[in-house]
Design a protein around this ligand. Structure first.
Ligand code: MSP
Length: 527
């Protein structure tokens, strides 16, 4: 049993519906998963939902529904969005599933037996309205709490804590000696700065059931439920445990619950997450894993946050981009392409409807779409769709670009890979059409051999583009393959070498890939 490349996303809170930020992260992870598959690796891609907590419990109550039934309904909406995004996930984890509860409780029991938890009294200020503890940082300059917190009372409460006092030094050393553990590098520096300049406070892992009962009971004290991170982060182990991963089952004594042969998944190769949950993944999670006797994930890959029109994306102000509305209007691949092309993995980004429409028109409709459509239409018109003899005119130039793109894909430089594809392949091939002017060659029978060469070079470039683009825009890539009359999917990067198109092969029917949207852009987000 060989270990699979195991990639995960953050699991989304089950309140509200998915927005651009959630969709972006999932598409990024999906592109990486598809790149790895296309490189011939066995991959396991996991995404899912984080369902416990006060907000979900309250929302279910307000809707007059049983909490589990409420979650089951909403989870279907999120699953449908995952399917709409064409995510190639191999499993979908929900923290309200019994398989998750079992693993969380197993871990808590193990760490409790190892003496890693203690019970202590927490004394603080508590907002009745928000049902949360406030800290000194929440005070306004005049010492009062913002009226949005409602009545704030002093509260004393017992809770369980995870002892972190002895953990700081080894973690600093680990991060310093493992440069690819946290990427991009500036996020790694942020974590190192945090660890070096702060005392690591013990992590509160429980809430009394009197205050929260929609959670996983603490196995050694059922007057408490597990609070947040010992629940959410464990999802990354739940699924390996369920599939009988040997490393996880040996460390945690779990039994598989999924039929089929066991899968080797742990350690995760990449956790894709947003910048706001970096500390939990790069500080608490490694410490939790070490305490469990499990190896650490190989990489935490941290993306930035999207804004819309320069403002925070927010349900309360209505400043949202609804991925489903965009996909319904412009097509899935336009959405997938835009988000990955516009925002590299790292900095924050800004969505504007005009920016989206501009890239759609220039890069998809007039760039890629026009290239494929005119290349294949000319082959159809001038050669009845039959591929002419092989010509290597663009071969060496393109092989260099292909290598650069594949190197970037291997390094998860997704935006940079798209820049190369458009800058050096799409634009180059469109320029080649203009320079060689096949429509003029077609009028002169003495130039038939030259026309053959040009048509071969263009069709072969389209084939290679389909292969390179498949991880990003799989449906479009498959349509290009279909229009080329090629069987199967362009899902093997090894096929991105010059000369794959065979002379004498008859292509299929050309059809526009990206219909031109000539009307002024309508607002895309309307909900
Ligand atoms: N449930 C926790 C994660 C637990 S992971 C073990 C959570 N959920 S979330 O729904 O709030 O966020 C899920 C992911 O979406 C996070 O990685 C977060 O950074 C990302 N995003 C949420 N809003 C975002 C933007 N506006 N832009 C980009 N990504 C953002 O945190």
């Amino acid at each position: 049993m060989s270990k699979r490349f195991y990639i995960t996303t953050a699991i989304d809170y089950l309140n509200g519906e998915p927005h651009l930020g959630h969709a972006y992260e999932k598409v990024v992870a999906d592109v990486i998963a598809r790149v790895r598959r296309s490189l011939g690796e066995e991959v396991f891609f996991l995404t899912g939902l984080d369902e416990h907590g006060q907000k979900v419990q309250q929302a279910a109550f307000a809707a007059g529904k049983d909490t589990q039934a409420y979650c089951d309904e909403l989870a279907e909406v999120w699953r449908a969005v995952a399917a709409k995004l064409h995510l190639s996930n191999d499993d979908f984890v929900r923290t309200s599933e019994p398989r998750h509860t079992q693993v969380v409780q197993q871990i808590l029991s193990k760490l409790h037996a190892a003496g890693r938890f203690y019970k202590a009294q927490y004394e603080g200020f508590y907002s009745l309205k928000e049902e949360s503890f406030l800290t000194e940082k929440d005070r306004r300059p005049d010492g009062t709490f913002d009226p949005s917190y409602g009545t704030v009372i002093p509260l004393v409460e017992d809770n369980y804590y995870f002892n972190l006092s002895a953990e700081r030094q080894w973690l600093i050393e680990y991060i310093e000696t493992t440069p690819n553990f946290i990427l991009p590098a500036y996020r790694r520096n942020e974590v190192l700065g945090f660890l070096k300049n702060n005392v690591l406070e013990d992590l509160c892992i429980s809430r009394p059931v009197t205050r929260l009962n929609w959670g996983i009971p603490i196995p050694f004290d059922n007057t408490f439920v597990t609070w947040v991170w010992f629940d959410a982060l464990v999802n990354y182990l739940t699924v390996p445990a369920a599939h009988g991963d040997p490393v996880v089952s040996a460390a945690l004594q779990t039994q598989p619950s999924t039929p089929g042969p066991p899968l080797s998944l742990w350690p995760a190769d990449i956790h894709v997450i947003g910048k706001d949950i970096l500390k939990f993944h790069a500080v608490y999670w490694p410490i939790m894993l070490k305490a469990m006797g499990l190896p650490l994930p190989k990489q935490v890959l941290v993306h930035g946050w999207w804004q819309k029109d320069g403002q925070k994306i927010s349900k309360s102000t209505g400043n949202l981009v609804d991925p489903v509305a965009v996909i319904d209007e412009w097509g899935l691949d336009a959405f997938r392409y835009y988000v990955v092309r516009e925002l590299g993995i790292g900095p924050d980004g800004n969505w504007t409807d005009a920016g989206f429409a501009a890239r759609y028109s220039a890069e998809l409709a007039n760039g890629l779409g026009n290239l494929v459509n005119r290349s294949l239409s000319m082959l159809k018109r001038y050669r009845k769709g039959v591929v002419p003899p092989r010509s290597d005119e663009l071969a060496s130039e393109l092989n260099g670009v292909i290598q650069q793109v594949i190197d970037r894909l291997r390094g998860n430089q997704l935006q940079e890979a798209l820049t190369s594809i458009w800058g050096s392949l799409v634009a180059r091939a469109n320029q080649y059409v203009d320079q060689t002017a096949p429509f003029k060659l077609a009028k002169d029978p003495s130039r038939a051999a030259r026309l053959d060469e040009v048509l071969y070079n263009l069709a072969e470039t389209c084939r290679i583009l389909a292969v390179l683009l498949w991880p990003f825009i799989p449906s479009t890539a498959e349509r290009i393959f279909g229009q080329l009359g090629l069987p199967g999917a362009p899902n093997r990067l090894s096929a991105a070498t010059w000369g794959g198109l065979v002379s004498g092969h008859t292509i299929g029917e050309p059809a526009p890939l990206f219909p031109r949207q000539d009307l002024a852009p309508k607002p895309l987000h309307g909900k």
